[in-house]
Ligand binder design. Structure first.
Ligand SMILES: NC(=O)c1ccc[n+]([C@@H]2O[C@H](COP(=O)([O-])OP(=O)(O)OC[C@H]3O[C@@H](n4cnc5c(N)ncnc54)[C@H](OP(=O)(O)O)[C@@H]3O)[C@@H](O)[C@H]2O)c1
Length: 293
């Protein structure tokens, strides 16, 4: 049985739904039900009557700007928590981020490219990765990027844009940060595919999993406007015109080569966005193509 942590976040919810649809037995815990940074709570659950063959950790401190002022809280959730989970001896699929990179590259980052975080959030996520890679554990570190779920209640870029489009004649969006927008429902299906393939049973390694392709936040916003038929004008601006508390990488596209070598070819971000905003069923088999190996 699968154990899912951070189950009330946008990825956690999508993963629970994917498990239900695919008849994958799981037990899910929200932050309120299990603080993964609390080693004794984690150990009590792992020693309990239920047998878990894998943990998928969707729990994280994800407020990139707030993390600059709440480093201890971010470290507890993003570094200590995955380490606590791995130390139970249960194989761990841990979700990490493109923000471990500094974004100075100009080609997709490979899994073994050097990590150089620019922010407290990135630093704490990298600390979590290092603890897992150096601890002799079994599992996967799945780096993803620019996650949004189709849930209208989720806090994400797509819902923020929809709200702004409805209330303003013009919205300015940064055009010099490039990444891969990733639908949480697609990522959830990729996580379950990795689990079904048994890849979590190998010594800990990194894999990248996003929707394919790349866009700037401006291009992403234009696509959201197009899909929703918004009349609002979208204006491209530079990062320097929209200063934020945390520094973000300028280019953080992740190479999907390893994921594809394992037979998983994600659909493009534009197709996924269309599915999220217009096409209804996100739990079908559209999230990725199975490649023959
Ligand atoms: N969102 C993105 O754009 C993005 C990009 C790259 C990578 N990622 C990674 O993707 C994963 C999922 O992110 P998401 O977008 O689903 O984030 P999310 O919506 O913020 O969900 C994270 C969940 O983790 C919970 N949580 C925080 N601290 C916890 C703790 N100590 N123990 C247990 N649960 C805890 C949060 O609960 P509370 O809200 O109650 O604290 C929240 O429900 C994370 O690892 C994140 O770093 C996300």
């Amino acid at each position: 049985m699968l154990l899912i942590t951070g189950a009330s976040g946008q990825l956690g919810r999508a993963l629970c739904e994917a498990c239900r649809r695919q008849n994958t037995p799981f037990r899910a815990f929200s932050h309120r039900e299990l603080d993964a940074a609390d080693a004794s709570a984690v150990n009590a659950l792992a020693r309990g009557p239920e047998h878990f063959d894998c943990i998928i950790n969707c729990a994280a401190y994800t407020q990139v700007d707030a993390a600059e002022d709440h480093a201890a809280e971010a470290y507890a959730a993003n570094a200590l928590a995955p380490w606590n989970l791995a130390r139970t001896g249960i194989a761990l699929i841990h979700v990490s981020t493109d923000y471990v990179f500094d974004g100075r590259g100009s080609r997709p980052y490979e899994t073994d490219d050097p990590a150089r975080p620019l922010s407290v959030y990135g630093l704490t996520k990298r600390a979590g990765e290092t603890a897992l890679l150096e601890g002799g554990f079994s599992g996967l570190i799945v780096r993803t990027a620019w996650v949004y779920s189709a849930d209208p209640a989720a806090k994400n870029f797509v819902n923020t844009m929809k709200r702004l489009f409805a209330s303003r004649p013009e919205v300015s969006v940064v055009n010099d940060q490039i990444g891969a927008p990733t639908l949480a429902e697609d990522l959830a299906q990729m996580l379950l595919a990795l689990y079904r393939k048994g890849l979590h049973r190998r010594p800990m390694q990194v894999v990248h999993a996003t929707n394919s392709g790349a866009a700037s936040w401006y291009e992403f916003a234009c696509a959201i406007a197009q899909e929703t038929g918004a009349a609002c004008r979208v204006r491209p601006i530079t990062t320097s015109q929209y200063p934020t508390r945390a520094h973000r990488p300028a280019y953080s596209v992740l190479s999907l080569a390893r994921l594809q070598s394992w037979g998983i070819a994600p659909r493009g971000w534009r197709e996924a966005l269309h599915a999220a905003l217009c096409a209804g069923d996100l739990q079908g088999d559209g999230a990725f193509r199975e490649l023959q190996r």
